[in-house]
Design a protein around this ligand. Structure first.
Ligand code: FES
Length: 139
């Protein structure tokens, strides 16, 4: 089982492991329209509650991460396609897979496995939703 298969989709009131320093703020959840304060992206709570699928790209510790909300679950994988660096957060998501917008390589959102050669070409990460934010663990 990959790390992202253990992603946590239920927002606890407080972090289960609040003492750990490995979780990084990826985005804030707000009751207003999505916006960015220049550093941290925001996601609207209504968008999440409505069950919409969407994706955002975030920069964490100098890494580009593609964050997906798909079929009620969160996923986080390396945001730059292993083929030639295409932006996976801009790809089409269907049935748990994202298709790179540049040349069509496809990856499983939970594992980062490329669907043709079945290799884990994209790194996947733990992701969790808390009351007011989305956090990702890179290690
Ligand atoms: S850059 Fe993604 S398929 Fe080519």
């Amino acid at each position: 089982m990959s790390d992202s298969q253990a992603n946590t989709n239920e927002p606890p009131e407080t972090p289960a492991n609040a003492d750990e320093g490995d979780w990084l703020l990826a985005a804030r959840i707000t009751d207003d329209r999505p916006a960015s304060d220049g550093k941290v992206k925001t996601i609207s709570r209504q968008q999440i509650d409505a069950g919409e699928d969407f994706a955002i790209e975030v920069l964490l510790a100098d890494r580009v991460i593609a964050v997906f909300r798909h079929a009620g679950s969160w996923y986080a994988i390396d945001g730059m396609c292993s083929h030639q660096g295409g932006p996976l957060a801009d790809g089409v998501v269907r049935d748990g897979c994202v298709t790179c917008p540049w040349h069509g390589w496809q990856y499983d959102l939970a594992t980062g496995i490329q669907l043709i050669n079945r290799q884990p070409l994209q790194e996947s990460f733990l992701i969790r939703q808390l009351a007011d934010r989305i956090e990702i663990r890179l290690t």
